[in-house]
Structures are given as C-alpha cells and as structure tokens.
Ligand binder design. Sequence first.
Ligand code: AMP
Length: 507
Amino acid sequence: MNNLDCNLYNHFSAQIGLYCDKILLTTEKEKSYSYRDIEQETARLANYLVGLGARKGDRISAQIEKSPQALCLYLACLRSGLVYHPLNPAYSAHELEYFIENAEPVIIICDPKQFHILQPLAESSHVSRMETLDGDGQGTLIDNSRDNSTEFEIVPRAENDMAALLYSSGTTGVPKGIMITHGNLLSNAKSLAEIWGVTNEDHLLHCLPTFHVHGLFIALNCMLLSGASMRWLAAFKTDLILKFLPQSTVMMGVPTYYTRLLDDPLFTTDMAQNIRLFISGSAPLKVETFAKFKQRTGHCILERYGMTETNINTSNPLEGERKPGTVGLPLPNVEVRIVDDEDKPLATGEIGNLQVRGPNVFIGYWRMADKTEESFTENHYFDTGDKGQIDAQGYVSIVGRSKDLIISGGLNIYPKEIEVLIDDISGVKESAVIGVPHSDFGEAVVAIIVEKQKNTFKEEQIITSLKDKLANFKVPKRIIFLDELPRNAMGKVQKNILRDNYGDLLS
Ligand code: AMP
C-alpha cells in the first residue's frame, strides 16, 4: 500500500465500486440509500466544504443528530482530508464553549435548535462558517450543497494524518482532544471485519449514537469495509429493535441495551434467530446478563473492550469460548500487557495497569504534549487508565479504572470484586462501589445499590452478608439505596457523580 493511500475513504470506495446499486442503509421510516447515493451525497458535501475554504487537517465540528446525512458528513470529511469533530447533541452552552475554543474548527454544523447557542461561540472563536443539519437530514448544509458535483477526488492521506478529533468525557479534569488517524481507523476496521467475520451478507442493526467511537467507528467502519448493509435507527428504542432484529445478522450495543431487551417480555428466541452475532462494549457486561441472554436466546453475547484513544483492543472470539466477565483476547497486531506502577510487567492473573501498543493507538492529545507524554511509556505503550488482569489462556478482564481504585488504610481495593458479590445477592439489580474520604483510613468503601424491588433490604443485611465473603477492610462502611445509577449516553456508570454526591458521608 502506498503510504498516501491510507485515506480510509479509499478503502470504502473500493466497496462502493463493487456494490454501487446495493442498498447500504435503510432508516426506521423505510427510506433507503444505495452505496451510490451515499457516495454522491458525500461528494457533494466534500465539494461544498472545500469550496468554503476548508483544507486538509482543518476541523469540522458537528453537533448534529444521527441521520444518513450525518453519516455522509463524516465520510465527506474523510474523503476530503478534513478532521471530523463530532459533539454530543446533549452538550450545554458551557461545555460547547470549551470544545469550540479548543478544537478551533473552520466550520460548525449544528442542529437548527442549537444555532443560537453556537453562533456567538463561532463568532468569538473566528469560525468562518456555520451550517445547519437536523435529525431529518434537512438544513442549510444540504440546501447549499445541492448543486455541487457528485464527483470528488479522494484527498491522499498518510497513516499518521488525523481523521477525527473526539474528546474524552472529562470525568478526571478538562476533556482531552483525542487525535485519531486514518491509519488507526483502517487497521482497526480491517481487524474487526476479520475477527468478527463480517461479509457483504451482513445486515447490521445500527442503533448506537454516532458522536461516540462505538457507533461512529467500531460499528460502522468494519461494515463499510465489507460491503455490508445496515438498518439505521436514530436511537435505541426497544420496540424498534424488536421490529428490525429478525431481519438483521449483527447487533452492537452497550450493556444497557441488552438488559432493556431482557426486561421486555416480547423479546423471544424467535426474534434472535437470524442474528449471528450480538456484540457488547463501552461498559462492563454483567455475568448475569450474559447468562440470562444465553438462556433466553441461545446466544453468547460477544464482549469486547475499547476506548476512544484506541478503538478496540480485545475481543472475545467468534469461534471458541466467549468467557463471561472477560473482554477476550488482543486483536491481531495489538499488544496488551499488565504492569505495576513502575511499568514492570506482572505475572499471569495479577491485577495491574493495563497498557496497549499497536496500530490502533491514537497519536496523542490535541495540543496537550505533556498529557500525551504522561500517557505513553518509553517503549510506546499507552497507559489506558484501566486496571486489568490476563488469565492463563490470554483472556483479559477489566477490574475498573485506575481512578476508581480505593486505597483504604494503605490497602488497595478493586470495586469490581465487591460489586460482583453484591450483584450476586438475590434481589439486587445492580451496584456501584466507590471510595469516599475517611478521617482514619484515608478512604473507605461505600456501596450504592439498586434493588429489584424497593425496600427489600436494610443496610445492615447487606453488610452482614458481605462480611462472610470479604476481608473486613473491603466491607462497605455504608450502603446507599438508589432507584437507578447515574449513567452517561454510552451506559457507563458515572462514579464521579456518586463520589461528588456522597463525598462527605463518612467525614
Ligand atoms: P470511551 O473512551 O468513552 O469509549 O471509554 C473507554 C472506557 O470504557 C475504557 O477505558 C473502559 O474503562 C470502559 N470499557 C469499554 N469497554 C468495556 C468493557 N467491555 N468492559 C469494561 N469496561 C469497558
């Protein structure tokens, strides 16, 4: 491969040539788009953006709802060498101010409802142009680009050229811009297509948001690289999933999607007959959910592990054992290791810092050279900030984030160990364990529990039952009962919110 052939769009383009008349995606309203339709819309948009003065490497910020046109905008950026910068539609004016100032886009594309918020930010950040695009794929972007040519020559890009800028969630300080390259995306898409056995006969039920790496890259790129097709849902809605599941061959989701499906009595074995692969990621899939899903459908959900900085690192296998509670084996060409705080590799089964090296790993944090340097070891491993272990067969397990580690009286406590025991208590729906400041121990363990039925337990009952199973220093000092755990859009429990809310519980 020529070094400049690394533009990811080049590789999609080969499929577009082969499958031009094939339907690439169909919306929930039964509107279909062929590979050719998408190719042409993408060319119109690329021509328009370049015509506005955007040049390779420039950022295009987009705070838009999911639509086929939003997909075309992402592809148009790839094709023209622009850097796609998606923003969660839920971000507030305050959050947007930081992202726009930091990313310095040349063009902002937003939902018409957000125009009044983004316009003053665009002015103060000297953004040269604003366009709108709504969830129905309408807006000035489409109107103004309509007369542009449906031909556009792909702008050559090298492996290390930036394709996208996505920000970390900022739960530990200011959000960091994550520079993702064409090479990162291409290598990961190829690996996923290979290990998940994606072919042109696949039909993906695409129900994830497209402002996050999961829906935008992981679910999408391996399908586009394989000539597959998709049902394109604007959002996850159980009734729509039940409607379209029987026609699909692959579904990807966060664990909450699977628990919501299981909670619906209408979700039957029959509906999952045509599916060959259910994939879960972005947050831990509970062993209980894995087991219940298998019982209901006969399918073992395939759990994989990734992050914005790296795309996918590990996956349970297509063939072979899918071990519940693990995130599987490293992808081809991806090295995963567990080390201590001095970066010394640890023995099999030991818990430590999970580090990754490979073509999937991002090139650094946008304009944060010091943060980039801190995150990489001398021999180019990226420190993920996750704590994990690797078993004798090479399966990786995530036991939590480093920042979630609780240090009580000088002893390390991994929340997952306690959460697994609490979740096992019949009557508990789910739990989250956090450390809160304690005058004597430094930190002490607090468990937040969601009951299947309210008021099933008293605090003391839970504490007593855990005392049989855990060393005393790990036993929660307090139990809080909540109706639900705070989660972000990707289903991750927001422990930072819990820590803020219960920070002074024991002081
Ligand atoms: P994000 O960058 O938003 O995709 O978040 C990445 C983080 O999500 C990882 O560093 C992990 O902490 C977590 N994560 C992703 N997939 C899994 C998984 N299968 N099990 C446990 N944690 C996961």
